[in-house]
Write a protein that binds this ligand. Structure first.
Ligand code: FAD
Ligand code: NAD
Length: 479
């Protein structure tokens, strides 16, 4: 086989593998370079998301939620369980099986689409040359008409809490505990801190979350984040805001953490400590001196709206570039870039990328928060309705949370949708569809929703924007 490709993708995560498959579908001779070796010691596709991110974390979230329900909520339904126990090894084995099934699935898709998987590292040089260093074997120089950089991101490290993946772990280590830590510390009340903190809290850990900023989930609509903070605290997460970790000292099986907050300096000892303070683009080894692409001030690869770098024919996608570090954003950029290469008219609607936190209840949003719209000075209206007014939510024993719409008062257009509640990750897609189609809130009001369903709360929230909700008492608008 010649060493010239139409498309070379560096990185086989959700951005890279999807870009490679779409490029191959479009008829291009495509290779994807991926260096990852999984915990079984085998080369693996799927990137952070499938191997050590979205999928294993959701597997543990689902397992731990089932345990939590068996421990408490089942009794409300009249279901009696005997003495409850958790087999962490079995739970981890199940998670690993799910991961292997999905990463193996990507390898099969590569075969089916005739994408060449080159197992090793790739480095971009000038003139769209790529140096490929196989996991085993000698370096080769490959050429391509188009190169897509999709090397993803890695956890941010902080000097006061150096990760050893035993006592002090990052998200990858936090997915691998072989026992439930009695006392678990988490640095960072962001998405990973809340999701993985919840997993171990449900299984019995006493969890303390130390968050440097003094606002809880500052990017989330305030009404939702306030409610979420109350619920998570009630579930047992001890969330300390404005708490900055300054030092840590490890002992054989624990770590003493020093942090400061408005009341001064404190010390706390944990059996395990998770550091979850964000992720950064992974550019180490990716670019040779003469590669020519520009990095921005935060080290993201600089790209335009269609993910073109400053070098013609070189693209960058996913966690390597600006925007939220989310798998679905990486995926859509992968598709877009392959289609841009093919000369198709295509785009990613960055205004309608949903965000989800897979706690219980889940938090999900799309578009603008009420605070953002208020700040713009444009007139707006709000429709917000609690799940406590929804028959299906009550039947399922899930009354906590609400659905909220933020609507442009002048045009009636949906500007944002925010959900805290059961299956928020699924319900939010209704807001995504509405925003993608430029729907007015009236469009949603006029739709028929199946009864009984959680989606009826979406309907009621839409109605509430014009004081027309039926199942909640609303103050009447003066004529
Ligand atoms: P990655 O998935 O990071 O893939 C990049 C790949 O490139 C890696 O496999 C790496 O080995 C490879 N690579 C890097 N450099 C080279 C090189 N020079 N040569 C060859 N290969 C290279 N997002 C969601 O949307 N939903 C979630 O529920 C979610 N949960 C998450 C949970 C956790 C614990 C974590 C850590 C992340 C989670 N994310 C989630 C974020 C999501 O994983 C990332 O946004 C997504 O994986 C980014 O995709 P990517 O293709 O840009 O990069
Ligand atoms: P994050 O940005 O969501 O949260 C990091 C938190 O750590 C922030 O609240 C920040 O203020 C805090 N922080 C930063 N430095 C600190 C310090 N020194 N001490 C205490 N707190 C500090 O980052 P994350 O939770 O690490 O997740 C990384 C990214 O991965 C997310 O932003 C998201 O894009 C992605 N992710 C997505 C999902 C999902 O979609 N469900 C799940 C997990 C991860």
């Amino acid at each position: 086989m010649s060493d010239k490709y139409d498309v070379i993708v560096i990185g086989g995560g959700p951005g890279g593998y999807v870009a490679a498959i779409r490029a191959a579908q479009l008829g291009y001779k495509t290779a994807c370079i991926e260096k990852r070796i999984n915990k079984q010691g085998k080369p693996a596709l799927g990137g952070t998301c499938l191997n050590v991110g979205c999928i294993p974390s959701k597997a543990l979230l689902d397992s731990s939620w089932k345990y939590h329900e068996a421990e408490g909520a089942f009794a409300d339904h009249g279901i009696k369980v005997g003495k409850l126990d958790i087999d962490v090894k079995a739970m981890q084995e199940r998670k690993d099986k799910v991961v292997l099934q999905l990463t193996g699935g990507v390898a099969s898709l590569f075969q089916a689409n005739k994408v060449t998987w080159l197992q090793g590292s790739g480095q971009l040089k000038a003139n769209k040359q790529v140096v490929f260093t196989p996991n085993e074997g000698d370096e080769q120089t490959l050429e391509a008409d188009n190169v897509i950089l999709a090397a993803g991101s890695v956890p941010v490290e902080i000097p006061p809490a150096e990760v050893d993946q035993k006592i002090i772990v990052d998200s990858t280590g936090a997915l691998e505990f072989d026992a439930v830590p009695k006392k678990l510390g988490v640095i960072g009340a962001g998405i990973i801190g809340l999701e993985l903190g919840s997993v171990w809290s449900r299984l019995g850990s006493e969890v303390t979350v130390l968050e440097a900023v003094d606002t809880f989930l500052p990017a989330v609509d305030k009404q939702i984040s306030k409610e979420a903070q109350k619920l998570f605290t009630k579930q047992g997460l001890d969330i300390k805001l404005g708490a900055r970790v300054t030092a840590s000292k490890k002992n054989k099986n624990s770590v003493r953490v020093t942090y400061t907050d408005k009341d001064g300096e404190h010390e706390e000892t944990f059996d395990r400590l998770i550091v979850a303070v964000g992720r950064r683009p992974y550019t180490e080894g990716l670019l040779s001196q003469d590669a020519g692409v520009t990095l921005d001030e935060r080290n993201f690869i600089y790209v335009d709206n269609q993910c073109r770098t400053d070098v013609p024919g070189v693209y960058a996608i996913g966690d390597l570039v600006r925007g939220p570090a989310l798998a679905h954003k990486a995926i859509e950029e992968g598709v877009m870039v392959a289609e841009v290469i093919a000369g198709e008219h295509t785009q990613v609607n960055y205004d309608a990328v949903p965000g989800v936190i897979y706690t219980h209840p889940e938090v999900a949003w799309v578009g603008k928060t009420e605070e953002e719209v208020k700040e713009s000075g444009e007139p707006y209206k709000i429709g917000a309705v609690p799940f406590a007014a929804n028959g299906r939510a009550l039947a399922a024993g899930e009354p906590a949370g609400l659905v909220k719409f933020v609507v442009d008062e002048k045009t009636d257009r949906v500007l944002g949708m925010h959900v805290l509640g059961p299956q928020a990750s699924e319900l939010i897609q209704q807001g995504v569809v509405a925003m993608e189609f430029g729907a007015s809130i009236e469009d949603l009001q006029l739709m028929v929703f199946g009864h009984p369903s959680l989606s009826e709360t979406v309907h009621e929230a839409a109605l509430a924007a014009d004081y027309k909700a039926i199942h909640v008492a609303q103050r009447r608008r003066k004529k």
